[in-house]
Design a binder for this molecule. Structure first.
Ligand code: KIV
Length: 271
């Protein structure tokens, strides 16, 4: 029986993730958007699922995450929460839904009431007061750093971040400030593997990587990439369906390969 399916195994909480980090055990996250896939993830032992605003591209056919609305997010968070009772569910806050602390509080409340256990927001030190405000009011926050897709126009494209010494130092400072502000998880997207290792070691908060090498505390992939549904898959992703043959097998292999330190390999990271 898969780990999370065991009736004796309790739902994953932030304490589970802190304990896994403290023990040096890797955990997994899958970005997914509907009830059947959420149920499958639960059966295959995925500790955390992310209802990502990547759904703008993977499900809704947009070119970026910018058109995603609160209504889109609520619809998909509700569906995922109905399908999965054991994984910890992260709900993305869409573009501009947390532009002020007041907006963030109102919209985070809605994402939590839809069934998420934590909200995810993109940004560096400027986000720290929002993180503290939400944390003090009982809403756990995952802060997303590095390549932050909602800022694609400001970043000038979907590019690796933290490649210069100055940028790397800023990212490290951001991670420490957000951890200090009360963030319960950090996501690092598309940053050099060595920098991701340094940041993961510098903070007690569990760090989930995507395109950030093998040394973060956890990994996240988008389900479409795991299942080979992306026409031009990113360098950091892997199609697990090819070897596994079916969806449950692909998710199980992803989980197993992350825990065994097999995925990501060096070729999935950035220097
Ligand atoms: O929206 C999303 O799916 C994400 C992950 C890629 C981390 O933010």
């Amino acid at each position: 029986m898969a780990y999370l399916q065991d009736p004796l195994v309790k739902p994953v909480t932030i304490h589970t993730l802190q304990k896994l980090k403290a023990q040096g055990e890797k955990f997994t996250c899958v970005a997914l958007y509907d009830a059947p896939m959420a149920a499958m993830a639960e059966q295959t032992g995925v500790e955390t699922v992310l209802v990502g605003d990547s759904l703008g591209m993977t499900v809704l056919g947009y070119d970026s995450t910018l058109p995603v609305t609160m209504e889109h997010m609520l619809y998909h968070v509700e569906a995922v929460a109905r399908g999965n009772k054991k994984s910890l569910i992260l709900g993305d806050m869409p573009f501009m839904s947390y532009a002020t602390v007041e907006l963030a509080m109102h919209n985070a409340m809605r994402i939590m009431q839809a069934g998420a256990h934590m909200v995810k927001m993109e940004g560096g030190q400027w986000l720290a007061p929002t993180v503290t405000m939400l944390a003090e009011r009982g809403i756990p926050v995952c802060a997303h750093l590095g390549l932050t897709p909602q800022s694609v126009n400001k970043l000038g494209g979907f590019k690796v971040q933290g490649r210069t010494q100055k940028q790397a130092q800023t990212l490290l400072n951001d991670a420490q400030a957000l951890a200090q502000a009360g963030a319960d998880l950090l996501v690092l997207e598309c940053v050099p593997s060595e920098l991701a290792k340094q940041i993961s070691e510098a903070v007690a908060t569990p760090v989930i990587g995507i395109g950030a090498g093998k040394d973060t505390d956890a990994q996240v992939l988008v389900v479409n990439d795991i299942l080979g549904l992306t026409p031009k898959p990113p360098k950091f992703s892997k199609n697990f369906l090819v070897e596994a043959g079916d969806i449950a097998g692909a998710l199980t292999q992803y989980v197993g390969d992350v825990k065994a330190g097999i995925f990501p390999a060096a070729e999935h990271g950035f220097e």
